[in-house]
Write a protein of this length. Structure first.
Length: 136
């Protein structure tokens, strides 16, 4: 049975800063993701805290929110069969040092914080995250 899903993808400040936007989008397209919507924006710290609220009890929460709000990001709605898992596989492990060859984080990530991309981790969070950036 087909399971077309939408997921929220973010090209993070470290990748935007290095002009990797087009290269990363091409990887998504070559892996059969459709980019349904996209925009470039900069979050303030409060907005980043709201976006990453699921991590608010983690020791890295403050640094994470400082970082996500440190520069422009590209947010995209990606669509594909099983898009959520497919995107997580394509991104690779959170820590670029542990990511498999050929994954986006292995190719471009600099550290566990500056890991170049974010992707929703579940259908529930995909809905919440898409709505966060693309509320109509
Ligand atoms: P992301 O997929 O955007 O979701 C939360 C982010 O927290 C994660 O990518 C990492 O960039 C960042 N992070 C920083 N430290 C850690 C850690 N120890 N474990 C997991 N994520 C971390």
């Amino acid at each position: 049975m087909s399971n077309i899903e939408q997921t929220l993808s973010i090209i993070k400040p470290d990748a935007v800063e290095r002009n990797l936007e087009n290269e990363i989008k091409t990887i998504f397209q070559n892996n059969n993701f459709k980019i349904l919507k996209e925009k470039k924006l900069k979050l303030n710290k409060d907005e980043a805290e709201q976006f990453y609220k699921v991590h608010e009890t983690k020791p890295f929460y403050n640094d994470l929110c400082e970082y996500l709000s440190s520069g422009p990001i590209i947010v995209m709605i990606l669509e594909k069969e099983n898009a959520i898992k497919s995107n997580r596989d394509l991104m690779g492990a959170t820590d670029p040092n542990k990511a498999e060859n050929g994954t986006i984080r292995k190719l471009f990530g600099k550290s566990i914080d500056k890991n170049s991309v974010h992707g929703s981790d579940s259908p529930e969070n995909a809905k919440i995250e898409i709505n966060f950036f693309f509320k109509t």
